[in-house]
Design a protein around this ligand. Sequence first.
Ligand SMILES: Cc1ncc(COP(=O)(O)O)c(C=O)c1O
Length: 355
Amino acid sequence: MTEVYDITIEKSKTSKLSSVDFSDLPFGRIFSDHMFTADYVNGQWTDLKIVPFADLQISPALSALHYGQAIFEGLKAFKNSDNEINIFRPSANLARLNTSAERMCMPEMPEELFLEAISQLVATDVAWVPNTPDSALYIRPVMFATDAYVGVHPSESYKFVVFTCPVGPYFSGAIKVKVETTYSRSFEGGIGFAKAAANYGAAMYATRKAQEEGFNQVIWTDAKEHKFIEESGTTNVMFVINDILITPPAKDTILKGITRDSVITLAKDWNMKVEERKISIDEIIEAIENKSLTEVFGVGTAATVAHISEIGYKGKNYVLPPVSERTFSNKALQTLNDLRIGKIEDTHHWNFSVK
Ligand SMILES: Cc1ncc(COP(=O)(O)O)c(C=O)c1O
């Protein structure tokens, strides 16, 4: 039986909507009028409500701040030409949230509650969903430990919040990435596969160093030998070599991206050969040099497809084929864009319709 969740809604008395320039939306800085909040107390999600977006009050002893039990998700809602709203693959985000929760000793979120919370929130702020090309309403669920207790122990209480941001395109062009061979984001047995806040903190130092050297991002390599490609920034990475789509396997050191899965599914639909396997930086360099490599790109919710134009490795920069010649990634991007706004048939039932 499907559980019915009673979510109370307190509408904002004023709206910030008229102050927003929808033709120039910076990523993640503009927040819609409302947010959803719930508290986990005595083994139950309680106090389910949609309220005006506002600061939260927290204890300085909040356990998430000290011991890092904090996880989040990122997904998008799109408006089609009939003004209907689709959220892209929310059940996949919920499954990943619960995978992250398990690894971090945090409570699971029931699927019906998650879907109900985000659809009611998006329906409440429906006027905030952009309908311009490459724009969307970004949905950010976050869960964190709320015990006010100084002691290393899984918290007994948690807060779950969902807020949204109207967003334009994430990257404005192709990016330059540096293959990271000193620092690591994650390691076997660690939490790399979880969308845990700690992973992002761990990535900042190397990323900042790479940015000081003129790159946009790093491509992480395995923590043991720094030989095998992992992922890049907030995207999984993909290569097209000899017309084969190759991407590292989503095991425990990388985040199992939902865009990654969608792009792999499309490639298979189009009868393209797909290999999810370990790929070394040496293999990539060789394929660049013998010109069998035709495309390198990141895939993730924020950017969908982030073309990579240059790879830096051990002080040498390798320029990649022009974006205009990249048949597969351009087609995958166009297809995902069209599918999410209902321009083409959603054969895999990825769109979740908000009523
Ligand atoms: C570290 C990392 N890898 C990969 C991804 C791509 O995942 P998805 O396609 O589900 O957004 C993201 C973004 O969520 C990320 O933060």
